[in-house]
Design a protein around this ligand. Structure first.
Ligand code: PLP
Length: 418
């Protein structure tokens, strides 16, 4: 994590945040009498005008169903959908466009892999390795599979700071491990996992990996070619795109060997009563009419992020997180949960003995949006001996002034509860 000092370059030198905020219409609104301070970006991000306009333009100018029509609009819609896939492939550095499958989100992508690759590869007595900091979306699909197949779920532990205990990796990965699925960045704590090391350890034993990039693609940038991951998943709505669209990246050789996930239109080659043949990837995994506008919106989000500059976004956010850490640690009774040395834009905390829901309700009265609870990571909360936290998750459109407002509001809450 970058060292923060109060003499550090003004954030505006990295990114012109006041200008950036103009791109997000919702950031201009008020909650009651207070300006909105949106610190719930880990749950979902707000949408820039570029995304809103792209979706609106598609529906008002080019809308039709794709792939099945010879008429102009259908062809234009198809071109735009295909172009969206190319943009996404470029953004994550996928070697081939068809390795990008559009799905509803990270959850559906993981379910797809568990139900197809998993059903084929995992048998009785095999094991599936996860980590102790997974989101439920990267636990439950594997549990369902393990129950069906009589396989074992293994868990790479975390220490009290929320850092993976890598020493345990060697004994957990073995010749019966069929997949290692882990999150790049913890949604509950912000820990950035050493993804390259985890992938290398798995590959040394011939174990395929699935990287859950739901909390990293919007902060750190992703290069699937450099990572050499077998699968990678993320959701559009967490990276400034629309809801209901997400991505499964998979290596061609993996995806082409996997049986279909859902059956129906667009994934078939020929249907006969005797049996059906299927298209190649990506269509094989996109049964039915896809979220065409969602894909177009997601591509617009990725172009927007590219224009801002990934490196600048990462630097700005790292600087803002350091400022937040320093400022919030000055609040009486503030206790950070998750103190890994390498953290992304998530600040999970407890405030004295005050219930996180009370904290969030008070903050909402000041126009400050945060999230509370177990953050869909109940096993992690149990490991840390707590039931939940308050979580402020930051974006490049947040400012130091907003962090100051959060700190001031937390101070008020502490005084109120005595
Ligand atoms: N994985 C992680 C790390 C997440 O933070 C989330 C959502 O919070 C998910 C998976 C599931 O994402 P979605 O609900 O968009 O499918």
């Amino acid at each position: 994590m970058a060292e923060f000092t109060r003499d550090a370059p003004a954030l505006d030198d990295i990114l012109s945040v006041s200008k950036v905020r103009q791109d997000f219409p919702i950031l201009q609104r008020k909650i009651g009498k207070s300006p909105l301070v949106y610190l719930d970006n880990g749950a979902s991000t707000q949408k820039p005008r570029a995304v809103l306009d792209a979706v609106q333009r598609f529906y008002s100018e080019d809308y039709a169903n794709i792939h099945r029509g010879v008429h102009t609009l259908s062809q234009r819609a198809t071109q735009r959908y295909d172009a969206a896939r190319e943009t996404v492939a470029g953004y994550i550095h996928a070697p081939a466009t068809e390795e990008v499958i559009f799905v509803r989100g990270a959850t559906e992508a993981i379910n797809l892999v568990a139900s197809t690759y998993g059903r084929e590869a995992v048998g009785s007595g095999d094991n599936i390795l996860l980590t102790a900091m997974e989101h439920h979306a990267n636990i439950v699909p594997w549990q369902l599979l393990a129950q069906e197949k009589g396989a074992e779920i293994r868990v790479l532990p975390v220490d009290d700071r929320g850092v993976l205990e890598l020493d345990a990796l060697d004994s957990l990965l073995d010749e019966r491990t069929r997949v290692f699925a882990f999150t790049h960045v913890s949604n509950a704590l912000g820990t950035v996992n050493p993804v390259e090391k985890l992938i290398a350890a798995a590959h040394r034993r011939g174990v395929p990996v699935l990287v859950d990039a739901a909390q990293s693609v919007q902060h750190l940038g992703i290069d699937v070619t450099a990572l050499d991951c077998d699968f990678l998943v993320f959701s559009g709505h967490k990276c400034y795109g629309p809801t209901g669209i997400g991505v499964l990246y998979g290596k061609r050789e993996r995806l082409s060997e996997m049986p279909p996930y859902q059956g129906g239109g667009d994934m078939i080659e020929h249907v006969r009563w005797e049996g059906t043949t299927f298209k190649d990837i990506p269509e094989r995994f996109e049964a039915g009419t896809p979220n065409i506008a969602g894909a177009i919106g997601l591509a617009a989000a990725m172009r927007y992020l590219e224009e801002l500059g990934r490196e600048r976004i990462a630097r700005y956010e790292a600087n803002l997180v350091d400022y937040a850490n320093e400022t919030l640690s000055g609040v009486e009774g503030f206790r950070m949960v998750g103190t890994a040395p390498d953290k992304a834009s998530i600040i999970s905390f407890l405030l004295k003995e005050i219930h996180p829901h009370d904290v969030a309700t008070f903050l909402d009265a000041e126009g400050i949006a945060v999230r509370t609870g177990h953050h869909c990571a109940e096993p992690l909360m149990r490991r840390l001996g707590i039931t939940g936290t308050t979580r402020a998750s930051l974006s490049f459109y947040n400012t130091r002034e907003e962090i100051d407002l959060l700190a001031a509001a937390l101070g008020k809450i502490v005084r109120f509860f005595g």
